[in-house]
Design a protein around this ligand. Structure first.
Ligand SMILES: C=C(CC[C@@H](C)[C@H]1CC[C@H]2C3=CC[C@H]4[C@H](C)[C@@H](O)CC[C@]4(C)[C@H]3CC[C@]12C)C(C)C
Ligand SMILES: C[S@@+](CC[C@H](N)C(=O)[O-])C[C@H]1O[C@@H](n2cnc3c(N)ncnc32)[C@H](O)[C@@H]1O
Length: 362
């Protein structure tokens, strides 16, 4: 009798510990996605592993094929099907970095980095603002709430559209925020349709920056502002240094990038499509605190998450392939951190542009 009671107690404690591990420790920083809900986008459960292999096969294509505008959107879409749930669970609803701010939480730093956009493009109540590559809409909600503008987001990934719309409804912002599934290289909007636009860590997925900048230029009203936070290599990057090359390749492979651009190419491209460049600045430079701190500090959390996704896969709660995707993200986090520490990479090269009014001297 006593041993039965002991067994029951052990079972109850084990169940409680497991529940705590999965549902409490394993829950997203911004609640909304828990480890037990990892689905891997709109990929069928039994196809996750194949899609992961397909993702890697893109990198075996000849560089010209990989970089052609026809292939990249499909490759990026596959990537976001694989990672969106893990991002939401382990990072939150804003899929970007921000400078760390002394004494402020990551959540505050994220919001402040997003709200900076409002001032830069002078978004005001009643304006129609475009979010180019909107993810699940973390920035869009912060910007709409702060400015009183209506924000329209575009993403290539259908699964993100569903997630973003659900979050908008939950936040009571579905009146101000709209989400469209489409390709930012050929946007389904008329000319001069927006009073302002921004892109946060998204245009790095474009095979040719000219193509997306030209589209943004087309849909903006004359006089409207556009700001972008770009992923680029800095002037410290040396193509002959194996450690530099390893970090940059690691970033490209773990983040679905056809090839990182260098910092000094961005303004040139913006001018070429017709923009007037108002300001250009790396927001990662001091006094900003290291943006990679949040990635680095989480090493213990990564191991916890690795164990968690492994258990969930064994129990068949998470689809096969999640462990591999998680491993890929762990690797890319290492490369991103190295890139940040060596100062050869920044995810927040800010460029502020204006579409000239006819007759302006540009
Ligand atoms: C702008 C882009 C994405 C930037 C970041 C939001 C993501 C880049 C790397 C991601 C992560 C790495 C490690 C993951 C970890 C192993 C897991 O346990 C929990 C999620 C991570 C922290 C994940 C979260 C999102 C990133 C930081 C690119 C794609 C252009
Ligand atoms: C790293 S996420 C950033 C999302 C959002 N800006 C944020 O900060 O939370 C990049 C986004 O760009 C989108 N994207 C990439 N290539 C695209 C394309 N060709 N057309 C539309 N969206 C694209 C992805 O679907 C994803 O939503």
């Amino acid at each position: 009798m006593e041993s039965a009671a002991l067994m029951w107690s052990v079972a109850a404690v084990t169940a409680a510990v497991f529940f705590w591990f999965v549902c409490i420790m394993g829950s997203a920083e911004v609640k909304g996605k828990r480890a037990v809900d990892l689905k891997m986008g709109s990929i069928r459960r039994d196809k996750v592993q194949d899609k992961y292999k397909q993702y890697w096969s893109f990198f075996r294509l000849p560089i010209e094929t990989l970089n052609s505008s026809e292939n990249v959107p499909a490759f990026v879409d596959t990537f976001y099907n694989l990672v969106t749930d893990i991002y939401e669970w382990g990072w939150g609803q804003s899929f970007h970095f921000s400078p760390s701010l002394p004494g402020r939480s990551h959540r505050d730093a994220t919001r402040i980095h997003e709200e900076r956009v409002v001032d830069l493009i002078n978004a005001r109540p009643g304006n129609r603002i475009l979010d180019v590559g909107c993810g699940v809409g973390g920035p869009m909600r912060a910007i709409a709430a702060r400015s009183g503008s209506d924000v329209v987001g575009i993403t290539i990934n259908e699964y993100q559209v569903g997630r973003a719309r659900a979050h908008n409804r939950k936040a009571g912002l579905d009146g101000a925020c709209e989400v469209v599934c489409g390709n930012f290289l050929q946007m389904p909007f008329g000319d001069s349709a927006f009073d302002g636009a921004y892109s946060i860590e998204a245009t790095c997925h474009a095979p040719r920056l000219e193509d997306v900048y030209a589209e943004i230029y087309r849909v903006l009203k004359p006089g409207a502002m556009y700001v972008s936070y770009e992923w680029v290599t800095t002037g410290l990057y040396r193509a002959g240094d194996p450690e530099h090359v390893e970090a940059i390749h690691g970033i490209e492979r773990g983040d679905a990038l056809p090839g990182l651009r260098s910092q000094d190419q961005i303004a040139e491209v913006a001018r070429r499509v017709g923009f007037e460049v108002i300001e250009e600045r790396d927001l990662a430079l001091p006094p900003a605190g290291p943006w990679w701190n949040r990635l680095k500090m989480g090493r213990l959390a990564y191991w916890r998450n690795h164990i968690l996704v492994s258990i969930l896969t064994i129990l068949r709660i998470a689809p096969k392939g999640v462990v591999e995707v998680h491993e890929m993200l762990y690797e890319t986090a290492r490369h991103l951190t190295r890139g940040g520490e060596m100062g050869i990479f920044t995810p927040m090269h800010m460029i502020l542009c204006r579409k000239p009014i006819d007759g302006d001297d540009n």
